[in-house]
Design a protein around this ligand. Structure first.
Ligand SMILES: Nc1ncnc2c1ncn2[C@@H]1O[C@H](COP(=O)(O)OP(=O)(O)OP(=O)(O)O)[C@@H](O)[C@H]1O
Ligand SMILES: [Mg+2]
Length: 531
């Protein structure tokens, strides 16, 4: 029960309130309270009803503030707000550390379950029917206390819910941030193939789609460029087997060919059943090209070793054959006319075929020999110029338009000029062959894109281009598409070896019927990349 601080002393000021008056006040208050006492407006209205019913001079409710240590005065409508400091005084009275002043006010603590939740303060006027009014205030305090308690509790609950919601939201955002920061495309679908997550990486790029536009839609709807049956089968397999699946795909959506590794990961929300599938897409184009280069280098090294052995063996018989041919030639001079002519014809063929064998052997030896040859610091452009000078004098170059775009002020490279000239020649002769005598060859030098420690020499032709299926083979020794007798298939493998020996690499871009660009990347001298 709520114990008033003071029993009204002025019991004789006025006559007793009639019972139905008191009942009317309690009933009116109860009417207000039917919907709870959660808001300040309801509290003020309750103070107003009490004030009117008991004809008070003033009436205020002092609920305790959310944090529990302070009290806020809520006056009846039309009354002034409490002065600063009044709340403190109320707290001290309620804590019973200071007794309230012995004035006319009726002050009843609102306590419930051992906790003081507030105070009802009523100032009688001359009309107030005391002492009955004091009892009514008491009764009202008894009615209000549990309501305040439940209002507080629901406020606490609401606060707790708000706090938990904030925590969950913060956690959700943290996870989303992690997923968005990953350098891979990621999306999640549910059993209905509807997209439930879609990370930032999937929003960017030429094929990017904004998250808000895809969430909730089916994956077939969004990835409409992919064959639906295939996609559905892939997902169904993961849903059924519960095993992760990985595949590599190629895409030309950006204009250039890029390789992606797609990983489909089963996800189980609860229980054993797969509820979602996470798909991660990584761009592995660069990784793949490095892998290919490593494989290429290994392959070339193996072929080189084999070739070196064989060629040494062949070199000696070739030399012997050459010597025999010379001896036969000198003897044939004694033969009679027609016979001599026939022999000379054979000798010419033998000589030219022997010469061809020798060139192949030399070429292969060049390619396979360990090349610890001397390199010097040298500017790149003069080496390119020397190669151009040689190629310009080639018969097949006559009808070709040469475009020179050599950048000034490039730093020096560590070069074996003779070898580099040979490498550039191999590339340019191929370009001339590909253009079948007519077209344009653009030769350019520059810094490699985005790098200061590498230079690039590029050779672009307007020739036939290289079919895709051949791109991976052109550096292999003896790979040629040229007519027998025209090409040995050694040019590019030698070029590859020379460039690798300079700590560089060769890249090819080709479009059929449009042309081909070979780029030779070479490290700048002193950049640390050169061997
Ligand atoms: N610029 C180019 N345009 C089109 N195809 C090319 C080009 N460069 C190289 N190729 C292709 O690559 C193949 C291999 O070239 P590579 O220089 O190694 O040998 P080759 O030119 O056939 O013979 P070799 O250079 O030994 O006389 C060529 O046969 C050709 O099919
Ligand atoms: Mg060639």
């Amino acid at each position: 029960m709520n114990e008033p601080f003071t029993r009204p002393a002025a019991a004789a000021v006025s006559g007793p309130a009639r019972p139905d008056d008191a009942l009317a006040v309690v009933a009116a208050v109860a009417g207000y309270l039917a919907a709870g006492i959660d808001t300040d407006a309801v509290k003020a209205a309750v103070a107003g009803v009490v004030k009117r019913g008991l004809r008070l001079a003033r009436c205020r409710l002092w609920p305790r503030a959310a944090e529990g240590s302070a009290f806020r005065g809520i006056p009846a409508p039309g009354e002034a707000s409490p002065a600063p400091g009044e709340g403190d005084a109320v707290r001290r009275w309620l804590e019973r550390s200071v007794a309230p002043p012995a004035d006319a006010a009726l002050r009843v603590p609102l306590a419930y379950d051992g906790a003081t939740l507030g105070m009802l303060e009523a100032w009688p006027s001359a009309e107030t029917p005391l002492p009955a009014a004091a009892r009514v205030v008491d009764v009202l305090a008894g009615v209000l206390s549990p309501l305040l308690a439940s209002a507080e509790l629901s406020e606490d609950l609401a606060g707790e819910v708000a706090l938990r919601t904030r925590e969950i939201e913060a956690q959700r955002r943290f996870t989303a941030q992690i997923i968005d920061t990953l350098p891979v495309g990621l999306y999640v679908i549910d059993r209905e193939f509807r997209i439930q997550a879609w990370n930032r990486k999937r929003e960017t790029g030429t094929q990017g789609v904004v998250r808000d536009e895809v969430l909730g839609r089916t994956v077939f709807d969004v990835l409409h460029r992919q064959p639906r049956d295939l996609l559905q089968r892939e997902f169904e397999r993961v849903f059924e087997t519960g095993r992760m699946e990985q595949l590599e795909v190629e895409s030309n959506a950006t204009g250039e060919t890029r390789h992606y590794r797609l990983t489909k990961i089963p996800m189980r929300l609860d229980g054993d059943e797969v509820t979602h599938v996470i798909t991660i897409g990584e761009d592995i184009t660069e990784w793949k090209s490095v892998q290919q280069q490593i494989a290429q280098t290994d392959k070339l090294a193996a072929v080189g070793q084999l070739a070196a052995g064989v060629m040494h063996e062949i070199n000696n018989p070739l030399a012997t054959l050459g010597a025999c041919l010379e001896a036969l030639e000198s003897r044939s001079e004694d033969l009679p006319g027609p016979a001599r002519q026939a022999f000379e014809e054979y000798f010419r063929i033998m000589e030219s075929e022997l010469g061809r064998c020798k060139r192949i052997v030399d070429g292969l030896l060049d390619f396979s020999r360990p090349k610890a040859r001397h390199k010097r610091r040298a500017p790149l452009n003069p080496i390119v110029e020397d190669a151009l000078f040689l190629v310009k004098h080639h018969d097949r170059f006559k009808a070709i338009h040469l475009v020179r775009q050599l950048a000034d002020d490039l730093p020096a490279i560590e070069a074996n000029a003779e070898q580099l000239i040979q490498a550039f020649l191999a590339i340019m002769l191929n370009a001339i062959d590909a253009m079948e005598g007519a077209g344009a060859l653009t030769v350019a030098t520059a810094f490699a894109p985005d790098r200061a420690d590498e230079l690039v020499v590029s050779f672009s032709d307007t020739g036939a281009g290289i079919p895709r299926e051949n791109l991976s083979k052109i550096f292999e020794p003896f790979f040629t598409t040229k007519l027998p007798g025209r090409g040995t298939g050694l040019g590019l493998s030698i070029c590859y070896g020379i460039v690798a020996e300079h700590g560089g690499r060769v890249q090819v871009d080709s479009q059929q019927d449009r042309g081909t660009t070979f780029r030779v990347f070479l490290p700048v001298a002193g950049a640390g990349a050169a061997p």
